[in-house]
Design a protein. Structure first.
Length: 132
């Protein structure tokens, strides 16, 4: 059972990394049916079919065959994804370090530790912080 769960999670991570959604797997039947239509109607092989629907011939194919637009919307892998990664650049960071500010640059500890005479703490690794 553990192996099945491990394999399932691994496949899920692999498919999500390749941006394949569950909806795309369900729509593979539509892809096969539309490919068979193109093969019978236009004599396209699979590479030409992929180029017409996902590659460089997509724009011209959509212009010429407006009547197939409903079938094209049902095909898998039609979703758009956007990835936003904000980048921050700090130029002249030296000015920030040497500037005068109201906040002290050196933080002082706000705690102290006094050894109690009880044996609650002992020599265990869980000791309260010490001010040195």
């Amino acid at each position: 059972m553990n192996k099945i769960v491990t394999i399932g999670i691994s496949l899920l991570i692999l498919l999500q990394g390749a941006n394949v959604h569950f909806k795309d797997l369900v729509e593979l039947g539509e892809l096969i049916e539309h490919y068979q239509f193109h093969n019978e109607e236009y004599g396209d092989n699979f590479m030409v079919f992929v180029s017409k629907h996902y590659g460089e011939l997509k724009a011209s194919h959509n212009e010429k065959h407006q009547e197939e637009q409903k079938e094209h919307e049902k095909l898998p892998f039609q979703h758009q994804t956007q990835c936003a990664q904000p980048l921050v650049f700090v130029l002249g960071g030296d000015n920030l370090i040497y500037s005068r500010s109201e906040f002290p640059l050196e933080a002082k500890g706000n705690f102290h530790y006094e050894m109690s005479y009880s044996h609650i703490w002992g020599d265990d690794p869980f000791q309260p912080p010490k001010h040195t």
